[in-house]
Design a protein around this ligand. Structure first.
Ligand SMILES: Cc1ncc(COP(=O)(O)O)c(C=O)c1O
Length: 537
């Protein structure tokens, strides 16, 4: 069988996506143990894909035909009907104001239909993304928008546009590895910058180590004599994997450093609308306009604490990538980019000759649901006196409340477990935004051999992954979420979990129990006579 190698381009081998979700290799004995586990009882905490509880769309009904209507009446068609999802009463279905052509013809624009671009602009305005914007150099009108099939695609276009083998990009040392794949496809250099794992709400510290960043840039030619000076800074402000949150004052500190060197900021913010603030009520009275308004204010003021780099961008250096994956549906493949017009113009060029516009079905379903959410809110509040897209705001609040509940239950279960409470074998970063919970192993105190070298740490974390899998739990170990093991091995002894696939509180409690058991077994067995099999890398 041919390897097809001769067919591939000479740069193809450089194009790799580090598979953060992968596991193994496994020793034979472990493989046997894993084969005995019931896959139906596996708890999935690795994937950040929200489960169906987080979908607004409950049903899609399709009526289609094999007849054509050229010179014929539509009434003559034989229709086959099917639906996906929950059963709904047909009498409840109303005609939407979108046309069927909007779904199945090319859109009016390759960078998103006008109606979706318009909607995205309205959402940006409503959420005051440019709120504090003030600049003599660059005005809000100097930015443009384009719709993409999510942030992975946005970062692909932007990397293709901005990077090549003469460029360098700065990336948080612990990160979402799709960016690494996208950078690798361009041949650019990637250099990590440090995160500050001690930052929290109480001490107010910046989750990015700004001293490190400042020094790195100031002494670039000494620290990285062979690498070009960086022109792009990629950051996830509600961080994946740590869950740390850059508040607006932190963003200002970082921006002020980058501004001196005219470095572009690529802000990848899919979790920015998911605040876990305790101020939101969990059982808001939906019949009462006043209580909706008060929830809305609480929600907006929680978001304002973090804001966007766009709101402080006086020089036209910020490119913001948003995604509806975590707040509407990953499968819809819908996101957008806001950036300086001249940059977005060039992104459109990539879109035009690669993916073109995203699916008309996705854009139309989203547009119609946003309108529908307003109708639903009006019904709930028994008034038509709401602002446009308030329904979307209520939807986002509902998502936040559900995420908060799940995160709180998991955090409580973990921190009440003796493996944490008395044995102190791990620490947790208390999540205040987003979907991730960071569990740091206390290697320093209880397994310091693992911190001796990047290799020692990688082996230790592989063993940690074995233990999680043996307890029938899928999570992601830190060594799979880093830019450079040599740079970050001392910070890579962690597990990232998310509650988004978990079905109920009972499963959350069970998940916490399995995590704690796995961690306890790791510390008890690893590098002792009790270790039943070797680690393979
Ligand atoms: C930081 C970050 N960016 C982007 C994505 C992917 O977003 P999308 O589904 O829009 O491609 C994720 C999701 O896992 C993420 O964590």
């Amino acid at each position: 069988m041919t390897t097809y190698q001769a067919y591939f381009s000479k740069t193809d081998h450089k194009r790799i996506l580090p598979p953060s979700w992968g596991h193994g290799p496994f020793p034979a004995k472990l493989e046997q143990n894993l084969a005995l586990l019931d896959p139906n009882h596996m708890i999935t905490m690795g994937s950040g894909t929200p489960n169906k509880d987080f979908f607004s769309v409950k049903n899609i009904t399709v009526n289609h035909s094999i007849d054509l209507h050229y010179q014929k009446d539509a009434k003559d068609s034989h229709i086959n009907s099917f639906y996906i999802g929950e059963k709904v009463k047909q009498s409840d279905v109303q005609k939407a104001d979108s046309k069927i052509e909007e779904l199945f013809e090319y859109a009016d624009n390759t960078f998103g239909s006008y109606s979706t671009i318009d909607l995205v602009k309205k959402l940006t305005k409503k959420f005051e993304i440019f709120k504090d914007y003030k600049s003599n150099n660059f005005s809000e009108e100097d930015y443009d928008y384009c719709v993409t099939s999510g942030t992975s695609a946005s970062s692909y276009y932007l990397c293709q546009l901005l990077l090549d083998d003469t460029k360098t990009i700065l990336v948080e040392e612990l990160t979402f590895t799709v960016i690494m794949g996208n950078v690798s496809m361009t041949g650019a250099n990637v250099v990590p910058f440090n995160v500050n794992l001690n930052a929290n709400d109480e001490n107010g510290e910046n989750p990015i180590d700004t001293k490190y960043l400042e020094n790195l840039l100031k002494n670039w030619s000494t620290i990285h004599p062979k690498k070009p000076f960086p022109l792009v800074f990629y950051t996830i402000p509600v961080q994946n994997p740590t869950g740390l949150v850059q508040k607006i004052q932190h963003k200002r500190e970082i921006y002020d450093i980058l501004k001196k060197y005219k470095i572009l900021v690529m802000e990848d913010d899919p979790y920015g609308y998911l605040t876990l603030t305790d101020d939101l009520k969990s059982n808001c009275d939906f019949n009462d306009k006043a209580s909706f308004e008060s929830q809305k204010q609480i929600y907006f003021s929680a978001l304002k604490k973090t804001g966007s780099y766009l709101s402080i961008d006086t020089e036209g250096l910020v490119i913001r990538c948003e995604s509806f994956s975590k707040i509407f549906g990953t499968g819809l493949r819908l996101g957008f980019i806001i950036g300086p017009k001249k940059i977005i113009d060039r992104v459109k060029n990539y879109i035009e000759c690669s993916t073109r516009e995203i699916s008309g079905l996705s854009m139309t379903v989203f547009n119609q649901c946003c309108q529908g959410m307003d109708k639903l809110l009006c019904q709930n509040l028994k008034t038509n006196d709401i602002e446009q897209l308030d329904g979307w705001v209520q939807w986002c609040i509902n998502l936040c409340v559900l995420h908060r509940h799940k995160q709180k239950v998991l955090y409580k279960e973990l921190t009440e477990n003796p493996v944490y409470a008395s044995k102190r074998l791990f620490t947790c970063i208390k999540p205040t935004f987003g979907m991730f919970l960071f569990i740091g192993l206390n290697l320093n105190e209880f397994k310091s051999e693992a911190l001796k070298s990047p290799q020692a740490l990688t082996e230790a974390m592989q063993y940690m992954d074995y233990k999680l899998l043996e307890n029938n739990l899928d999570a992601i170990i830190g060594t799979r979420l880093i830019v450079d093991i040599n740079h970050s091995f001392k910070k890579s002894g962690f597990i990232r979990v998310t509650t988004s696939q978990i079905k109920n509180d009972k499963e959350l409690a069970e998940a916490a129990r399995r995590i704690c058991t796995s961690i306890e077994q790791f510390f008890d067995e690893y590098l002792t006579k009790k270790q039943p099999y070797p680690v393979l890398l």
